[in-house]
Design a protein around this ligand. Structure first.
Ligand SMILES: *[C@@H]1O[C@H](CO)[C@@H](O)[C@H](O)[C@H]1NC(C)=O
Ligand SMILES: *[C@@H]1O[C@H](CO)[C@@H](O)[C@H](O)[C@H]1NC(C)=O
Ligand SMILES: *[C@@H]1O[C@H](CO)[C@@H](O)[C@H](O)[C@H]1NC(C)=O
Ligand SMILES: *[C@@H]1O[C@H](CO)[C@@H](O)[C@H](O)[C@H]1NC(C)=O
Length: 466
């Protein structure tokens, strides 16, 4: 599995490890000829009604939407319940993600980092701030996005962050990535759509589950190593001696038109990071390898196991509902995937190629599916839980409706970097309460924006208990 598909963090680390010259259009590929030619990241869990697994990606949805097969979109539409890794539409989730990135005890990076590294970091961020206005696109400016605001939103509190998060942030502050700020990433977009369509939404992971391994897993020298390598790379780009590596573009290309087996194969050949254009000294190779293995283990394999278990629990709790699980595509590719976990537990999970009809529930008039793959009539579900009858072909084109720059879109790297982990936590979000009575507490959560004037208070319900 290509690590980048599995998580921004790995992507960031490995990008650091494998900067290589690439054409600036690295992310482009031909528009789809026909549905059947599209990559499909959809799997169907055989049950009645069915459930779906869908591999998302943490990039602006507009970059990939046209490459997502109609049947994947139809499965989403047909689903009454939609689950993500983390619930990114929940303000509590976002604020918890932001605060878990901070150094403890009010510490400052200057207190923590070696002097030289601190000053290099500061110099680099000064440069980014200076460049930001020229990096932004007219479209971004047209939406009222200002460079100062954007910089502050992403990096305003950098001195308070833990080094590992600063490392991730630096990775997301490239010209390429900045140009796409303000457009929801695919997973967030799906979450927004699900809410809009009044689906029941939920998450399978908690913020802490994502944050903890990052905050506590690597020792200080490993973190310094990663930060140093990240800065070295960015400094080379600044100096013009290294072309920016378009990790995000690569990722988009793989997702849209990559050969999946090649993507998976790549995983096994990429074990030894190759920094910039030189070979790392042996002890640094070892460090890079250890970091890579640590994250693979903690952020992929362990999570896959946990996610698989929670998927099963949710399926049991919602036997009569069509469920849709949208997780990072990397959790479905490669070794020890969520799918493997489900299959080991006895579930039947099949890949659903583009162009293949999905089981379409027709609540009002049950009809056999065209290809006869699943001919049992759709179960009777409470009308309220069922969205409008899904049509197999028409899919909502990505309207440019909402770039309403919701504050959390711009919160510090919440989206670009964290999501993979971020989404994982099974958030106790405002879930629909109709299944069983639950205790709710009112809780006021302050969403910290770097601009205090924009701090907002949001009322949300936080469910106690399990
Ligand atoms: C950090 O962890 C690595 C790998 O486990 C180990 O080799 C190294 O000695 C540790 N460094 C410190 C300072 O603990
Ligand atoms: C950063 O990495 C370079 C090259 O590997 C090394 O020479 C330098 O000492 C490192 N700096 C820090 C602060 O670790
Ligand atoms: C490799 O790095 C050196 C020094 O950083 C640079 O002068 C040289 O042009 C680089 N070579 C390539 C092929 O990028
Ligand atoms: C994938 O599984 C195979 C067989 O167990 C193993 O040899 C290989 O190292 C695994 N790859 C990773 C990255 O764990």
């Amino acid at each position: 599995m290509h690590a980048a598909l599995a998580g921004p963090l790995l992507a960031a680390l490995l990008a650091t490890a494998r900067a290589r010259p690439q054409p600036p259009d690295g992310g482009q590929c031909r528009p789809p000829g026909s549905q059947r030619d599209l990559n499909s990241f959809l799997w169907t869990i055989r049950r009645d009604p069915p459930a779906y697994l869908f591999g998302t990606i943490h990039v602006p949805y507009t970059r990939v939407w046209d490459f997502i097969p109609d049947n994947s979109k139809a499965a989403f539409q047909a689903s009454a319940h939609v689950y993500f890794e983390l619930d990114l539409t929940d303000p509590y989730t976002i604020s918890a993600l932001a605060s878990c990135q901070l150094l403890p005890h009010g510490e400052n990076l200057q207190d923590v980092l070696p002097r030289e590294l601190y000053w290099r970091l500061k110099r680099h961020l000064d440069y980014v701030k200076l460049m930001m206005p020229s990096w932004m696109t007219p479209a971004q400016r047209g939406r009222g996005l200002y460079a100062d605001y954007l910089f502050n939103a992403i990096a305003g509190n950098w001195e308070r962050k833990r080094p590992v998060w600063v490392m991730l942030m630096v990775n997301s502050l490239t010209e390429r990535d900045v140009r796409f700020r303000g457009v929801p990433v695919l997973d967030l977009y799906l979450a927004q759509q699900a809410e809009k369509m009044k689906k029941t939404t939920g998450a399978v992971e908690q913020v802490e589950e994502q944050c903890h391994p990052l905050n506590n897993g690597l020792n200080f020298s490993q973190v310094l190593f990663a930060l140093n390598q990240t800065l070295l790379q960015q400094e080379s780009v600044r100096a013009g001696s290294l072309q920016a590596s378009y990790t995000t573009e690569d990722l988009i290309k793989h997702y849209n038109c990559g050969d999946l087996s090649a993507v998976i194969f790549n995983h096994d050949t990429s074990q030894l990071p190759n920094f910039i254009n030189t070979t790392l000294p042996p002890h640094e190779q070892v460090t890079a390898q250890e970091i890579d293995s640590y994250f693979r283990q903690e952020l992929i394999y362990k999570r896959n196991e946990r996610m698989g278990k929670r998927v099963m629990a949710l399926l049991r709790e919602n036997e009569d509902k069509i469920c849709f699980f949208a997780f990072g595509a990397g959790h479905f590719l490669g070794n020890n995937t969520v799918i493997d976990i489900l299959r080991q537990a006895g579930l039947e999970v099949d890949h659903t190629p583009a162009g293949q009809a999905i089981h379409s529930p027709a609540p009002q008039s049950p009809a056999p599916s065209p290809e006869g793959t699943l001919t049992s009539p759709a179960p009777v579900t409470p009308a309220a839980a069922v969205p409008e009858a899904p049509s197999v072909t028409p899919t909502t084109p990505p309207e440019d409706e909402d770039p309403a720059l919701s504050p959390h879109l711009l919160l510090p790297d919440s989206l670009s970097q964290l999501e993979e982990f971020g989404r994982q936590r099974k958030w106790h979000k405002r879930q629909s309460t109709h299944q069983r009575p639950r205790q709710f507490n009112d809780l006021w959560v302050r969403i910290e924006d770097s601009d205090p004037k924009r701090s907002v208070l949001l009322n949300l319900y936080y469910r106690h208990g399990h």
